[in-house]
Write a protein that binds this ligand. Structure first.
Ligand SMILES: *Cc1c(COP(=O)(O)O)cnc(C)c1O
Length: 378
């Protein structure tokens, strides 16, 4: 079989899922106040609690933590995560206890939790992340949490719509759940988030009520269009330069730089789009964000991939707490989390929105360098 003459390009991230005209809709969708209400109502019903709409996922998570914990409490956090989670823990004045992961599902397990909890003295809670949409062994984690009297918070940024092995949907188990509607998340409207508080709160939480800043609103409107432009221009080799330029003049914001803000809501049009996406969620436990596998000599693999038109850099995650430019701030306990350190060095993500056929050449290259012990199926 022959490929078309024009070199095809395959990207991971950078608004690629908005390339097929979706960006147009994103630009023109008009949101109304009733879209806030409709989304809140839907979330309250689906997750059986009190829903509040937030500026982003980290703000949602921070509100959940403030509702159920005291400043100074320690909380168990997956040792392979996004800086946004660390920011939320900080904003709630809690201390993170990072727990090592397994290479199979990139989540902590009861075994790694057992090791961590003897170090922590004042551990009161646990954030379940279900990394890249791979669900934790919820029965075991629940039993562990009960035994140690931990309050469970579910972070649905990666996994909204996924079911645990016992068929309960993620977000229906803990005291609260936090959703992100940020770039490349399970629900993606560029920014926005929500928290659903289910159990009786220890501290009263004020729902965010301010509208987003105009600049944030505009960034969310235009990002998919910029993404599509950048992808189009990559055929003549200047797509990357355009994106870098837009980041430089702050028209495009890197996900990790989105500020935590407990007072603001998402834009109305984002609420409208988020509700549409929520209604379409129909998952059955398959990893939904990105496939992954481990390779040795990752830099070399990326170079080989780029030669064939695949740009798969921008991993989840490149450091145990990503991105690299914030990693130092976290003081991550590398010696306690050897698996997380290994995985961050060797992981490569394969975007799920390409077909098998698109990925034939990529898979061949990856296979050559692949290491044992990953969660990839076929
Ligand atoms: C991205 C992310 C969040 C929150 O994201 P926002 O960018 O604040 O919307 C929370 N948890 C995890 C694991 C994430 O990857």
């Amino acid at each position: 079989m022959n490929w078309p003459k024009m070199r095809r390009h395959y990207f991971l991230g950078m608004a690629v899922n908005y390339a097929n005209g979706e960006w147009f809709r994103h630009l023109l969708t008009v949101g109304k106040r009733k879209d806030y209400d409709a989304l809140s109502r839907y979330l309250s019903r689906k997750y059986k609690g009190e829903a509040m709409l937030c500026k982003n996922g980290r703000s949602a998570l921070a509100l959940a933590l403030k509702a159920y914990f005291e400043p100074g409490d320690e909380i168990l956090v997956n040792g392979f995560t996004c800086y946004a989670v660390y920011e939320a823990v900080e904003a709630a004045e809690l201390k993170p206890v990072f727990v090592d992961i397994t290479k199979e599902d990139l989540n902590f397990s009861v075994e790694t939790l057992e090791t961590a909890i003897v170090t922590g003295k004042n551990v009161r809670g646990i954030i379940i992340q279900n990394t890249l949409g791979n669900p934790v062994d919820i029965k075991a984690i629940e039993a562990f949490s009960k035994e140690h009297n931990l309050t469970i918070i579910e972070d649905l940024a990666h996994c909204a719509g996924v079911r645990y092995k016992d068929m309960r949907e993620v977000g229906t188990v803990g005291a609260a759940c936090a959703l992100s509607f940020g770039k490349d998340k399970a629900i993606d409207t560029i920014s926005g988030g929500a928290v659903v508080l289910r159990d009786t709160c220890k501290h009263e939480i004020k729902a965010p009520s301010l509208l987003p800043k105009l600049s944030d609103h505009l960034k969310a409107r235009f990002y998919p269009m910029f993404g599509a432009m950048s992808r189009g221009l990559s055929y003549i080799g200047v797509g990357g330069a355009l994106m870098r330029g837009l980041v430089k003049i702050h028209w495009v914001e890197r996900s990790a730089d989105n500020k935590l803000d407990l007072e603001r809501r998402p834009s109305k049009f984002e609420a409208k789009l988020a509700l549409e996406q929520l209604k379409r969620l129909r998952r059955n436990g398959e990893p939904i964000l990105r496939d992954f596998c481990f390779v040795h000599d990752r830099d070399k693999v990326l170079k080989e991939l780029q030669k064939k038109g695949y740009y798969f850099n921008g991993f989840w995650y490149e450091k145990p707490v990503s991105p690299t430019r914030y990693y130092k701030k976290v003081h991550f306990p590398e010696s306690d989390c050897p698996n997380a350190v290994y995985v961050a060095e060797h992981i490569i993500n394969i975007p799920n929105y390409y077909t098998r056929r698109d990925l034939v050449a990529a898979n061949k290259i990856i296979k050559e360098f692949q290491e044992e012990g990953n969660g990839r199926k076929g």
